[in-house]
Design a protein around this ligand. Structure first.
Ligand code: SF4
Ligand code: SF4
Length: 460
């Protein structure tokens, strides 16, 4: 399967199965559109108003060379390879999301976690449960050495001493079991202080900082319990944390809604604050919320991604580039094909743990007891759920089978699909449309950088 599109003056052709991306001229672009269903003479006839027969025949030979090289109209048996991988052993668990605090010091109106409580009681994870989670991960990780732990909430800094002690405990297990823990923490920033900055720099491989962009945009939703926007409190703390970060990564992560469909302004604002690792995600919420994205927002959002891509190319050229998480892809060394088709591993390789040690497939499903899979002491008792999640891949989803983006999105987020369609095997079609636009922009950006683009201009 191929996907071809024009963007920012480039004619791009993605060969889906091989992952090959070609930037081609107008003639080759038109030939590729006809190549599968027409004979050479028919193609020559059809295109002869714009090009000479010799030009067309030469270009057809070029296209055939790409086909012979396996980078155009290639066909790979990814489904067969996935099946052979599925048979046999229990899933190895590689990552845990520890919800160390089901409570929060903010009161964000769009919070998917019901202001940190996940529709339940406020709760804080005790150290004993954190330690048990580390033991559980070591026990279930087989021979895998690198293990991921995300400290999440609510707001994890409300349980900061426990986070530090859990990290220390995990480190004490590393040499004994030949494991290496990689830690991430996601914070709203309110409680960042010197201790947090110093410790996260030393121990956390990644820090995720929640910021929605411009002050008025951030303060619309991200408010304290008294209703005051927290922009002025958190921005200087985020800047200080990033300034003193000497190892590991960070990213500043925002959410856009119906109220800031011009979210490029927010990304630029964050870049101008000095942050160069950025992410901005569409809000996921019931459609009747006033801030829910609408069908009429879609063309605006797509244009924003295109303008963002052009801005990134321009800034990159000026030596003040930034990375946008959703445009980050390694075309040569991307995820292995198993990960590409099977997704994030929720419910199998990746699990979420509540403050009382209950296990769910993913942090986005912690509010639904239908997805309670077991606990840290008895292990996974709902193996049927584990089976359901292991089937969540692009080949199981009807809508994904013929989608050109399937090897980039891995079938999308199972939790989003469930929330939108009521089924783990459904799709969030609105999210799909945005996702596909992001991939188109990402591929164009990569192509432009690879060929040393000089055509892009700043978006204003
Ligand atoms: S900081 Fe996070 S957990 Fe707390 S209310 Fe806001 S979105 Fe929810
Ligand atoms: S973009 Fe949507 S339809 Fe396409 S593979 Fe991803 S989830 Fe499936």
């Amino acid at each position: 399967m191929i996907h071809q599109y024009k963007l920012n003056g480039y004619n791009l052709v993605l060969d889906v199965d091989s992952g090959g991306v070609h930037v081609v001229d107008d003639l080759v672009y038109d030939i590729i559109a006809l190549f599968e269903n027409k004979l050479t003479d028919e193609i020559v006839r059809e295109l002869s108003l714009r090009w000479s027969p010799n030009e067309i025949r030469d270009a057809i030979e070029d296209v055939k060379a790409l086909v012979d090289a396996g980078t155009l109209f290639s066909q790979a048996q990814h489904q067969e390879r996935l099946r052979s991988r599925e048979t046999g052993s229990d899933p190895v668990i590689k990552a845990l999301c520890l919800n160390v605090a089901h409570t929060c010091n903010l009161n964000c109106c769009y919070c998917f976690a019901s202001q940190g409580t996940y529709k339940g009681e406020q709760a804080i994870m005790p150290l004993s449960t954190g330690k048990r989670a580390m033991d559980f991960l070591v026990e279930k990780s087989g021979t895998r050495r690198n293990l991921e732990v995300d400290f999440f909430g609510g707001e994890p800094l409300l349980n900061w001493e426990m986070v530090k002690d859990t990290v220390a405990y995990a480190r004490s297990l590393e040499e004994i079991h030949n494991k290496h823990f990689r830690f991430t923490i996601t914070t709203n920033g309110l409680l960042i202080d010197d201790d947090v900055i110093e410790f996260t720099n030393r121990e956390m491989d990644n820090v995720v900082l929640s910021l929605d962009g411009r002050k008025e945009v951030h303060n619309r939703f991200r408010v304290t319990k008294s209703g005051a926007g927290c922009y002025d409190i958190v921005v200087p703390k985020f800047q200080e944390l990033v300034r003193r970060r000497t190892r590991g990564t960070y990213y500043v992560r925002g959410t856009y809604t119906h109220f800031n469909t011009d979210f490029l302004e927010d990304i630029i604002h964050m870049a101008d604050l000095g942050f160069d690792e950025l992410s901005m995600e569409p809000v996921v919420c019931p459609p009747d919320e006033p801030y829910a994205l609408t069908a009429s927002d879609m063309p605006i959002l797509k244009e924003q991604y295109e303008l963002l891509a052009k801005e990134m190319i321009a800034r990159d050229r000026e030596g003040r580039g930034f990375r946008f998480y959703h445009f980050t892809m390694d075309l040569d060394h991307g995820p292995c094909i198993y990960k590409r088709v099977a997704g994030c591993g929720s419910g199998t390789e990746y699990l979420a743990v509540t403050p009382i040690g209950e296990i769910y497939p993913c942090h986005q499903l912690v509010d639904n007891r239908d997805f309670l899979m077991g606990n840290l002491w008895d292990g996974i008792t709902r193996t049927d759920l584990q089976d359901d999640f292991s089937q969540c891949n692009v080949f199981a989803r009807e809508a994904c089978r013929d989608c050109w983006a399937k090897l980039y999105c891995s079938g999308g987020c199972a939790a989003n699909a469930y929330h939108v369609s009521g089924s783990l095997l459904g799709v969030d079609s609105y999210g799909c449309e945005l996702f596909k636009k992001r991939i188109e922009c990402a591929l164009m950006t990569k192509a432009a950088q690879a060929i040393g683009d000089t055509n892009s201009h700043n978006y204003k």
